[in-house]
Design a protein around this ligand. Structure first.
Ligand SMILES: [Zn+2]
Ligand SMILES: [Zn+2]
Length: 340
């Protein structure tokens, strides 16, 4: 298992430029595998690496929506084999020894690693990752379709399936970007009464195509009032980075309704306590998912036909792909391919 050479787009310093380098990818250590990257989704959270939002070492290669093929297996990896197709998401591995891990709550591991932040991620020809972070990709899902499901997909699917919503319950998805356009599909395929809420009338037909039973244009309609007309939402899943929209969403919840926050606004949001108390309403976050959660997401997607809508860029155009994602204009997920 010799080391291999390949391309990587690294960020040289917090706020620095992307730099294309040829580098060595060594053989994987104990508990690790090396993955030949086929595709990597470009997520808004890659900006954490680009701009140094979290403390991390540089240079660093971003990318936590990896789909690829195992190319080398380190010691102490009993199950995985070279040639298997695997995905690597935001959850980049756990320690197995801390208290949450001992309780089986690996996503809350106190020593959790994040792909593309704790170690080099998928804007590259190869990634070396802990085996316990990986998901197996089903045969009937392509690499470019699987990649966005490893973060945007698992984040929405896993939050919804743990939301407590039952078939027929009103589940509203706030936002129709990379996460939201998948959330709408998951909500519909899971049997919920799916309501898409986004900006502009133009997204309505597409929301319906993705399975939404209703579309609310938040620029011309009071979405909270509209949700109340339907009976009030059992769940509102917010993928937005707009703090004020979270405040407003409380008004759209029905009795026992739950606002689940998976998009991260840069500022805190205000909530009045009264509607929470008087209606037994709840606000909570959801932290994407483990490799197994991602594998469930991939299998559910293959089973039900959930697919991301993507714009594909070759790896050599990673800086342009990142800018396109940051512009908010991509429909709906930007995906890099290595041509491997
Ligand atoms: Zn992400
Ligand atoms: Zn742990």
């Amino acid at each position: 298992m010799p080391s291999v050479t390949g391309r990587a787009f690294q960020v040289t310093a917090a706020g620095g430029e992307f730099e294309l380098v040829q580098r060595e990818f060594p053989e994987p250590g104990p508990g690790q595998v090396r993955i030949r990257v086929q595709a990597c989704g470009v997520c808004h959270s890659d900006s954490i690496t680009k701009y140094g939002v979290f403390p991390m070492a540089y240079p660093r290669v971003p990318g936590h929506e990896v789909a690829g093929v195992i190319d080398a297996v380190g010691a102490d990896v009993p199950v995985l084999k070279s040639g298997q197709r695997v995905g690597l998401g935001w959850h980049g591995g756990h320690c197995n020894y801390c208290t949450p891990c001992r309780r089986g709550d690996f996503i809350l591991c106190e020593n959790a690693q994040i792909s593309g932040i704790s170690y080099d991620g998928g804007y590259a020809d190869y990634v070396i990752a802990p085996a316990n972070a990986l998901a197996l990709i089903p045969d009937d899902l392509s690499d470019v379709d699987a990649a966005p499901l490893m973060c945007a997909g698992v984040t929405t699917y896993n939050a919804l399936r743990h939301s407590g919503a039952k078939a027929g319950d009103i589940v509203a998805i706030r936002g129709m970007g990379g996460l939201g356009h998948l959330g709408v599909q998951f909500a519909a395929k899971a049997g919920y009464h799916a309501v898409a809420v986004a900006r502009g009338a133009d997204k309505g037909p597409l929301a319906k195509e993705l399975g939404a039973h209703h579309y609310i244009d938040s620029t011309t309609q009071d979405f909270a009032a509209e949700l109340q007309k339907l009976g009030g939402a059992a769940v509102i899943l917010s993928t937005l980075t707009d703090a004020d929209s979270l405040t407003k969403a409380i008004g759209g919840l029905g009795p026992n309704g739950k606002l689940i926050v998976v998009g991260v606004p840069m500022k805190p949001f205000e909530v009045s306590a009264l509607p929470l108390i008087s209606g037994n309403r709840e606000i909570r976050g959801w932290a994407s998912g483990t490799g197994m959660d991602s594998e469930d997401t991939l299998n559910f997607s293959a089973l039900t036909g959930v697919k991301p809508q993507i714009e594909v860029y070759p790896l050599d155009k990673a800086p342009e792909a990142f800018d396109r994602m940051m512009s908010g204009k991509a429909r709906f997920r930007v995906v890099l391919t290595t041509g491997a």
